[in-house]
Design a protein around this ligand. Sequence first.
Ligand SMILES: NC(=O)c1ccc[n+]([C@@H]2O[C@H](COP(=O)([O-])OP(=O)(O)OC[C@H]3O[C@@H](n4cnc5c(N)ncnc54)[C@H](OP(=O)(O)O)[C@@H]3O)[C@@H](O)[C@H]2O)c1
Length: 286
Amino acid sequence: MKIILTGARGFVGTRVYSKLLENGHSVFPIGSEMLCGELSGARYDALARRFEEIQPDAVIHTAAISDMGAAERDPAASFLANVRLPEIMAELSARFGCKLICCSSDQVYNGAPKVRAHREDEPLSPVNTYGRHKLEGEQRVASACPDAVSLRLTWLYDLPVYRGHSNFGFPLQLFSAAAKDTPRRFSTRVFRGITYLRSMAQQIEKTLTLPGGVYNFGSENELSLYQTALACMEALGLSERAKRLILPDEETGTSLAMDTSRLRSHGIVLETTAEGFYKMAADYRG
Ligand SMILES: NC(=O)c1ccc[n+]([C@@H]2O[C@H](COP(=O)([O-])OP(=O)(O)OC[C@H]3O[C@@H](n4cnc5c(N)ncnc54)[C@H](OP(=O)(O)O)[C@@H]3O)[C@@H](O)[C@H]2O)c1
């Protein structure tokens, strides 16, 4: 397939790029130089010309302002990147008849009533700018291109030894605590999915066959953050040190754990958060 990929130099985009190439697709990155800021007039036309030249079968849109703090500090820039840009990708995908996959976030559930695992059809009222913009982006995408798919991603991790851009994900926080021999506290009351990015990237191609709509897309996790930290330390072979370094905390907070049955009903299954830690450990040992 001919696939346009945005955000190809980002944390998610680098992994998705490699996976698509590995699977024999022709990938056409469109960089942030072409996508940043107001996309109207000549800039909009230039983007439309890229679609015309490429004639893509699909677009995987990962470009965004993904930093929640940055979105809060500059809501106008976040609006352009997280609401208008996906809407424009949807308009162009509808015009050129190609499948669109957009990255949204579990932060849309931040502020929703507490449930064990969030479902896509819940009423939502996100409490931060990033979550609000991601939700509005999903809605505008759906109305501009009903066949488009918005994926609500969880907190992601990969280790920096893997080539390309990385971020300071959950296992690295634990490595760092172990390296500094500094105990860390994790809540026994907060629940959220944390997903191994390479597993997610492996599944992204299958999302091209999903019917249009919104899907929770990440690892399910029934463990509290405290139990999750213990599970991660165990997977990293650090169980003995975990007893001393990982401490329980009664702090309450927002639970973002997601129910992925809609995704699973289409044959796309990601391992649980705890299973993901073992997969990561095995990948890096190998
Ligand atoms: N990482 C996570 O844990 C996580 C969790 C939930 C959801 N997500 C979502 O997943 C997607 C990918 O996230 P990521 O972690 O890969 O983000 P990232 O590493 O920050 O990369 C995002 C890419 O977006 C482009 N970009 C940056 N600022 C932009 C702007 N103002 N306008 C247009 N494009 C801009 C850049 O593309 P170039 O490469 O072209 O420079 C950048 O590489 C985003 O939609 C994010 O909201 C991520």
